[in-house]
Design a protein around this ligand. Sequence first.
Ligand SMILES: [Zn+2]
Length: 382
Amino acid sequence: MGLDLLADWDGKIFIVARPEDLVALGQAKIFFTVETAKFPPFAQSMAPPAGGGINGAYHSYRELEADMLALQQKYPGLAKVFDIGDSLEKRNIYALKISANVAFDEDEPEVLFLGCHHAREWISVEVPFLFGKYLLENYATDPEAKRLVDRSEVWIVPLVNPDGLEYTIHVYRYWRKNRRDNKDGTYGVDLNRNYGYKWGYSNNGSSPDPASEIYRGLQAFSEPETKAIRDFFLKKYFQGMITYHSFSQSIMYPWGYTVQAPDKDPLLRDIAARIAALIQEVNGRSYNFGPAGQTLYLTNGDTVDWAFGTSAIPSYTIELPPIDEMGGGFFNSEADIQSIFQENLPAMLYFVDRFIRDYRPQGADLGPDRPDKKFDKSSQIR
Ligand SMILES: [Zn+2]
């Protein structure tokens, strides 16, 4: 039905509904209740604006930019910020690289962490960003952090959808897509349905309707944000990738477009099981795991299917807490940022480490790292 699915939990399906969705549900004789009343207007219910928005301790685009550049400044040998492309509204999409000898593309395993394809999923910015900060702040004192930074190249793109994020801060907290003007009175393409592997495979896993929250766009990679990720990805040799979303506490791997499992399913399952176990050890919270199409619902054109479909590397979507709408849905409290990061940290360390252990050197070092045509631009931004 092209619905914006949030969660399937305890025998109920949660969606964000447009008025016409409610009509369609009624016509299909599907029973529903509207829970809008649980979410009073944010002006009354949330903390006072910080820096001109409602985001509080969560990063806005400018705050994140400043914090990423501050890390580069504080740890010049270990951290470097790259501008890998512009959003539709001309904001920069930033990648933070963390490695010893950071200016050079060394013969080390590269691991990618992404955040915030979906604007309203604020916690998905914080977890990958805080991971980078953790590695840098602990490099000098923690042998394990040092070993990982010395022997790998960790890449973090915490904000794939900056236009959408700003829109959620200043206009509408529940916004999901980017800010594409679809020229029919509707806005937005779902960036996590716009990637080019099995794009538009079926109308279950994505929608051709521009008004839909899972609108896939006019063609694969029609959006500058997904194009930026594609072009960046194709210049590197990533060994593994995790893309963070919220919410539902799940760890998902390919395929999303079909309920069939890929050939590498045992390996993907092993890693997912380990991630889930490491997470549970911290706060006791359980994240379920499995192939995306079997675990949550069918999707096509998403990041993980594309990364796996083109590179066959272990690729995961992690849906962060809470587990359900009753637990707060997209509205994680500011106080939960640290605990959600902390419970994911051991799994992130493990994820990088396993590619170090498996890595077979590819030959000579590759010289200065230039994943980005605008290589020197980031150092000029203030
Ligand atoms: Zn999402």
